[in-house]
Design a protein around this ligand. Structure first.
Ligand code: SF4
Length: 211
């Protein structure tokens, strides 16, 4: 089915090659985007799209889904209640204007199994997202910050509530900041659907808040 018109930001300007802070400049030069896109592919991130932070859909009900029905609630540093509450999430979003949507895909035939293959895929996407955040920082985007997909699986079992074993890699999940991921994708004109069969192609979505 053809996608509706989307709201991604078209980029056209070239960078001067100098490192600088782009606060207030709602743009990421093509060459920097190409650089992080090429690095992202090494981690299975196929597509990176800039979009306006105004297009995030935030909702209180997302927290209900975390609190009731998710085994990660209160057991992982990347999930509630260890993460910002909705009023803090809104305040954080107001400090940004531009974000990047990261999209990867995989066949997840081990979806219902808690095995090492599934965990290694989760860790690969996680490390890829945090690595791209670092690249952006080095390019001068000092506010760059990742919101990752799925609870942190860097350790076989999260140390929560004891101190995190890898605090420099620790990031909150997108949903933990009250983001309605499917609602946001729809607003961006992306058709997505919940996979019904482990043989289906699963999509991985993460975000980096940039400017
Ligand atoms: S790095 Fe380990 S301890 Fe820290 S949030 Fe991730 S799983 Fe938990």
């Amino acid at each position: 089915m053809p996608q509706k018109s989307n709201k991604f930001i078209e980029l056209s300007s070239r960078s001067t090659g100098k490192k600088r802070t782009f606060r207030g400049d709602l743009n990421i030069p093509d060459d920097i985007l190409a650089d992080i896109s090429s690095k992202g592919k090494k981690y299975g991130i196929d597509t990176i799209k800039p979009f306006s932070v105004d297009d995030f859909v935030l909702a209180e009900w997302v927290g209900l889904k975390c609190r009731y029905g998710c085994s990660q609630f209160g057991t992982n540093w990347s999930c509630p209640p260890a993460t910002p509450d909705i009023s803090q999430a809104k305040a954080i979003m107001e400090e940004y204007s531009l974000a990047l949507l990261l999209i990867g895909s995989q066949k997840c035939t081990n979806f219902y199994l808690n095995n090492s293959k599934k965990r290694s895929e989760q860790v690969r996407y996680w490390k890829g997202t945090v690595s791209l955040e670092r690249q952006l920082f080095l390019h001068g985007y000092d506010k760059a910050f990742s919101l990752v997909s799925g609870s942190c699986a860097l350790c076989r079992e999260c140390a929560y509530p004891e101190a995190c074993h890898f605090p420099t890699e620790k990031r909150p999940t997108i949903e933990s900041l009250a983001v309605d991921v499917i609602g946001t994708l729809k607003k961006l004109g992306i058709n997505t659907r919940v996979a019904h069969d482990p043989k289906d192609l699963f999509k991985y979505y993460a975000v980096i808040l940039v400017i």
